[in-house]
Design a binder for this molecule. Structure first.
Ligand code: VGL
Ligand code: ZN
Length: 209
């Protein structure tokens, strides 16, 4: 069994100037570039996720009539209303320009169903439908995931929790993560939750692929 690097949502809309900008979101890009280089030197496959919403996605405040940042309900689940972001084919949905998607061994699209939100790389928020990621990892006999990206308190957190639930060993590269922080401590709490559930927290300088 072997490892993979899983980069979560390193997209323009989560970087400064983006539609759902994460503070310092672009600061993780040099970490990602470094991690990609090290992974490739060790024949560790690199996987990237892309939040990939239809223009009418149900999580958008513009669709629900709710206010951005407020809570509502979508698909019978609690839902935060987000600004329109990561619309399929838009510039905001593209990977950060310093990343070369040609270097990714696999790309996972998520959030494609307009009727439900999907923070995790594995399942939608109701764990009703799955992406093909778990199958891909099984096919490549991967049991360990090095994970980082945006945003710590949403897509990274849910992806890490599902990975642990599916039985993967998970290392979170903490300096490669930044959060939305609707409440100021959200990212800190999210990292503690991931650790409590079994993830190992490391900075990239301590990772040996
Ligand atoms: C994300 C909110 C909405 C994320 C995606 O990538 O963390 N957050 N969609
Ligand atoms: Zn989204």
């Amino acid at each position: 069994m072997s490892a993979a690097l899983l980069l979560i949502d390193l997209q323009n809309d989560f970087c400064p100037q983006g539609a759902l900008a994460v503070s310092e979101g672009d600061r993780v890009i040099p970490i990602a570039l470094n991690a990609i280089k090290q992974a490739q030197q060790n024949s560790v496959p690199v996987i990237a996720t892309q939040d990939w919403h239809p223009a009418q996605h149900g999580s958008f405040a513009s669709q629900s009539g709710g206010k951005i940042g407020e809570m509502g309900e979508l698909a019978g689940l609690e839902q935060i209303w987000w600004p329109d972001h990561c619309v399929q084919g838009s510039e905001g949905a593209e990977f950060h320009p310093l990343l070369n998607a040609a270097h990714f061994d696999h790309i996972v699209h998520k959030g494609t169903d307009a009727s439900i939100d999907s923070y995790s790389a594995f399942f939608d928020n109701g764990r009703r439908a799955s992406t093909e990621l778990h199958h891909w990892l099984q096919r490549h006999q991967i049991d360990t995931l090095y994970m980082m990206g945006l945003a710590t308190d949403y897509c990274v957190k849910y992806s890490v929790m599902d990975a642990l639930h599916l039985g993967y060993r998970v290392v979170v590269i903490t300096d490669g993560c930044r959060g939305v922080n609707i409440k100021p401590e959200d990212s800190k709490i999210a990292l503690q939750q991931m650790q409590t559930l079994g993830a190992t927290l490391m900075t990239l300088s301590d990772v040996r692929f």
